[in-house]
Design a protein around this ligand. Structure first.
Ligand code: ADP
Length: 195
């Protein structure tokens, strides 16, 4: 087993995964794999799949497991001697979690832990609306699309927590706090698990 630290950073849309990831990368020397960023990049580059992806994201729906997994696999292959990965916004379905486990095993490594940020719907909506003003993402701009994303999270994505719970890898952190306090709580989990 290669000596890596592989973390699934989990939580509803707007939970703060994109804020925490750079801090974790810096502290632990990990590679950041954000499927949301990969998909937005695909749209920007106007690849053959970009129209389909754009349509789904702007409606607040998930992109297919197959498309997402191909992108993740490519990035995993491209990484040379990584210390480990932070998976941000992925896996978002049980199928994706199963594919990731298999891919990790094929590379003689594994997922060490899932850290799930938990926060109230009200805070989520407020944060996404603030982000809409800063980043200008189309899927952040409309409150009915935000509701669709939260609904899809509850219906398709929240079950991924059970998947990792069954493997004894689930940890949760209160995401309602400040970025610094949340970061400290995440680091405390990592230290405990890797001790
Ligand atoms: P947020 O954390 O606000 O949901 P992301 O950047 O993680 O933002 O995701 C934006 C959108 O990209 C999602 O609403 C979804 O449409 C799509 N997406 C991202 N990751 C995945 C994934 N693993 N599987 C399917 N769709 C995804």
């Amino acid at each position: 087993m290669r000596n890596m630290l592989n973390i699934v950073l989990f939580g509803p849309p707007g939970a703060g995964k994109g804020t925490q990831s750079p801090m974790l990368i810096e502290k632990y020397g990990l590679i950041h794999l954000s499927t949301g960023e990969m998909l937005r990049d695909e749209i920007k580059r106007g690849t053959p799949l970009s129209e389909e992806i754009k349509h789904l994201i702007e409606a607040g729906h998930l992109v297919s497991d197959k498309i997402v997994f191909e992108m993740v696999r490519e990035q995993l292959e491209a990484a040379r001697s990584p210390k480990g990965f932070i998976f941000d916004g992925f896996p978002r379905t049980t199928k994706q979690a199963e594919m990731l486990d298999k891919e990790m095993a094929d590379h003689d490594t594994k997922i060490d832990m899932m850290i799930a940020l938990q926060l109230d719907d009200e805070t989520i909506i407020k944060r996404i609306q603030r982000r809409a003003e800063i980043e200008g993402r189309a899927d952040d701009a409309d409150v009915s699309i935000i509701h669709t994303r939260i609904k899809n999270y509850n219906e398709q994505t929240a079950v991924v927590m059970d998947y990792y719970r069954a493997q004894g890898k689930f940890h949760f952190v209160d995401g309602n706090k400040t970025p610094q306090d949340t970061f400290a709580a995440i680091c405390a989990v990592i230290e405990k698990v890797t001790k």
